[in-house]
Design a protein around this ligand. Structure first.
Ligand SMILES: Cc1cc2nc3c(=O)[nH]c(=O)nc-3n(C[C@H](O)[C@H](O)[C@H](O)COP(=O)(O)OP(=O)(O)OC[C@H]3O[C@@H](n4cnc5c(N)ncnc54)[C@H](O)[C@@H]3O)c2cc1C
Length: 367
């Protein structure tokens, strides 16, 4: 039987979250994943604590490091550490984490077809005909969760134009419970050193035209990592206004990176991927004849987060030294409230704007 209520293209966090919630609601779901699971996904694997309520039970066993402290650096030189009173984030391994989420979706009833590449879709009567490397399938609804190079999104005419380029490599090192982020390295973006079990991941993400391999090498050397092994690269799309979001069309919705639903400040995408998967299902269930219109409405809170993260990013990256000083004076600690789900980006922006302008005036006008 090749007929489904919903076909989800892509088995990353966005796709498995969509499949998990849709199956729980009683929909007959097929997930198409072009790779063999578990598959490698380039990622620092840092999930903020606020994601917890969207994840299926049992995910905690995948946590490699519990993060309870942050270090902010400037240009690979000076830095300061701000400990938190509780865990603010967790480090997971993406191949294990994504396989776990897919397993949970299957446990809820979804069918998974691995090593099956989505090729294109056509409308056939009231249904969608989905052509793949493993044959043809039919569905009433399609969710494109196929990441940065989403073929579902391109089939709807979308073209990405806002994204970070990111390079990352893995090395021996100990950080255990803290993450290090360095600003002042590139115009818009940052470098990081995060723990990964008893190793570390070191990377840089930016949206300018740089020789990023050199930026990463120089940064890593400044922070004491001389032997750079294999460097991996990928992209992080982002939205900083509702116009940047690829919602979808008719009964085809886009979630996660396929829809550009990633934070424009730090490039955090896993949280928004699983959140958008749940919202896509809510949109289909509550408005079966026009889910895209409903998706736009239901996604408002999520998009508002990205819009305000974008406002902070534009100011913070334009005046990075000022942002660094503000973070030292208390803004980093306030940011922890966002990571734990006790504050929104809108509140963070409203709370910090006046202080930021004062700091800016102090640094640029009164000095
Ligand atoms: C270097 C780097 C570091 C990052 N670090 C973090 C971090 O620490 N924390 C964080 O929250 N985010 C991070 N991100 C962003 C995060 O990785 C993404 O936002 C997240 O993976 C989005 O999930 P997704 O399910 O939308 O897409 P993906 O995880 O990309 O999943 C898409 C899936 O679709 C499959 N697929 C693609 N095309 C097809 C096709 N035609 N047919 C069938 N299947 C297909 C792919 O194989 C893949 O499994 C990072 C990104 C990069 C590049």
């Amino acid at each position: 039987m090749n007929f489904y209520d919903l076909i989800v293209v892509g088995g990353g966090p966005a796709g498995s979250s969509t499949a998990y919630y849709a199956s729980q609601k009683g929909l007959k779901v097929l997930v198409l994943e072009k790779k063999k699971v578990p598959r490698f996904k380039l990622c620092a694997g840092c999930i903020s604590k606020r994601i917890s309520s969207y994840l299926p039970p049992g995910w905690e066993k995948l946590v490699l490091n519990r993060i309870s402290s942050g270090v902010l650096g400037y240009a690979g030189g000076e830095s300061f550490e701000v400990p938190a009173e509780e865990d603010i984030a967790y480090i997971i391994d993406r191949s294990e984490f994504d396989a776990f989420l897919l397993e949970k979706a299957q446990g809820a009833g979804a069918h998974l077809l691995q090593e099956c590449e989505f090729l294109h879709l056509d409308k056939e009567g009231e249904r969608y005909r989905i052509s793949t490397s493993k044959g043809t399938f039919y569905a009433d609804y399609v969710v494109g969760a196929d990441g940065f190079y989403s073929k579902v999104a391109t089939s709807l005419g979308y073209r990405k134009n806002k994204f970070f380029k990111a390079l990352e490599f893995f090395a021996d090192g100990e950080l255990s419970h803290k993450v290090l982020i360095d600003i002042g390295i590139v115009k818009r973006g940052y470098a990081w050193i995060f723990p990964k079990g008893n190793k570390v991941s070191i990377g840089v993400a930016c949206n300018g035209s740089y020789n990023l391999a050199k930026v990463l090498k120089d940064y890593a050397e400044k922070r004491g990592f001389k032997n750079i092994t294999r460097v991996y690269g990928w992209y992080i799309p982002y939205a900083e206004s509702s116009r940047d979001v690829f919602y979808g069309k008719e009964r085809i919705l886009l979630t996660g990176d396929a829809g550009n639903l990633t934070d424009p400040l730090l490039g955090e995408g896993i949280y928004y991927a699983v959140w958008s998967g749940k919202v896509a299902v809510d949109a289909i269930i509550s408005s079966p004849s026009n889910p895209t219109k409903n998706y736009k409405i239901l996604l408002k809170d999520l998009v508002s987060e990205l819009v305000y993260a974008g406002k902070i990013a534009r100011l913070g990256y334009r005046f990075q030294k000022v942002a660094y000083k503000m973070a030292k004076k208390g803004a980093l600690k306030t940011y922890y409230r966002l990571l734990t789900g006790n504050m929104s980006y809108k509140e963070l922006f409203a709370k910090g704007l006046l202080d930021f302008l004062k700091e800016l005036a102090y640094n640029y006008v009164w000095r």
